[in-house]
Design a protein around this ligand. Structure first.
Ligand SMILES: O=C[C@H](O)[C@H](O)[C@H](O)COP(=O)(O)O
Length: 309
């Protein structure tokens, strides 16, 4: 169990802060209801109640984007990295900020002797550009800490991952480490997994439509449940008539997307077992009980760290 925290429905993806001139002071870190340190957004000052009043007369709109919130969460997680650590390197737009920050700290020699195990080919290429030394899974004696984004985080810190298609390597690497720190902006907090989009399932290409049928049977009769094979248009400049083809993961597999009206309900571990029991299913994107910490960058300018209980 985790401490109670508000898990509202997804909010708008940008926030307008009203600033006065001169900007209000950055508040010092303060404890939160989750008992962890809060940090100010380093991209935009936090508006204090008195600043809000002043803003009525002299207002300058500054938009703190979702991208900036991702960066703030990523930088906070990288503060947990120590020299000599082996890291699981996550995949996605939030994890990309962590890669850039790690590269920067290694270049400045504020971190030394750090190596990363990449969770996708894309991350491998990004980490190489950032100058992060890399190891393959199994080469490292152990993974001290993994840092990765998530598509959704529920109140128990269960996750949906893999909407970018990288769930299998992520689960292998992040499940092998001592700590798994998830980095998200506030919009990723949900009351139930599957509220905001698909829960992906990686399947072998052979007989994929047969496997799709078996996955549908797990949720037989559930109102609103839908499942489909993820497809892509091979050439982005293709005409509307061009055939879509299955999306192929780094492992040469396909992805089935499961959709639920208002999220997935029931015993998630039992549902996980039933899915994994299907021959043809390789792994699914529910990461149950794996996250040890979740760093949440909030629109109000604070960063909250939720801990697994
Ligand atoms: O396959 C993709 C990964 O699981 C990502 O960690 C996840 O989709 C979150 O990505 P982003 O940080 O871009 O929202």
């Amino acid at each position: 169990m985790v401490s109670s925290a508000p898990f509202p429905p997804p909010p708008p993806r940008a926030r307008v802060f009203l600033l006065h001139n001169p900007p209000p002071p950055i508040p010092s870190p303060r404890p939160t209801t989750m008992g962890s340190a809060a940090s100010p957004l380093d991209a935009a000052p936090v508006v204090t109640p008195s600043a809000k009043a002043a803003a009525v007369t002299v207002a300058v709109a500054v938009t703190v984007t979702q991208e900036e919130l991702k960066r703030v969460a990523a930088h906070r997680a990288v503060e947990m990295v120590e020299s000599g650590m082996t890291l699981g390197l996550g995949t996605g737009s939030t994890a990309a900020h962590a890669l850039d920050r790690l590269g920067e700290l290694l270049r400045r020699e504020e971190l030394r002797g750090v190596a990363g195990v990449p969770t996708s080919l894309k991350t491998e290429a990004h980490a190489a550009r950032a100058g992060i030394p890399m190891l393959q899974l199994g080469e490292a004696p152990g993974i001290h800490l993994s840092i990765d984004g998530a598509d959704e985080v529920d109140p128990e810190l269960n996750l949906v991952k893999g909407r970018g298609g990288s769930l299998l390597r992520e689960k292998m690497i992040e499940g092998a480490g001592e700590r798994f720190v998830v980095i998200v902006d506030e919009s990723k907090l949900v009351p139930r997994l599957g509220c905001t989009g698909a829960i992906p399932v990686e399947v072998v290409p052979f007989g994929c439509l047969h496997t799709l049928g078996l996955i549908r049977k797990v949720f037989d009769g559930l109102p609103g449940f839908r499942a489909r094979l993820r497809t892509v248009v091979p050439n982005p400049k293709a005409s509307a008539d061009d055939q879509e083809v299955p999306f192929v993961t780094d492992n040469g597999n396909y992805i089935v997307e499961m959709f639920f009206d208002d999220g997935i309900r029931g015993d998630l571990r039992e549902i996980s077992d039933r899915l994994l029991h299907i021959t043809g299913v390789i792994e699914h994107g529910m990461f149950l009980g794996m996250a040890t910490e979740v760093v949440v960058a909030k629109k109000d300018g604070t960063v909250v760290v939720l801990h697994k209980k």
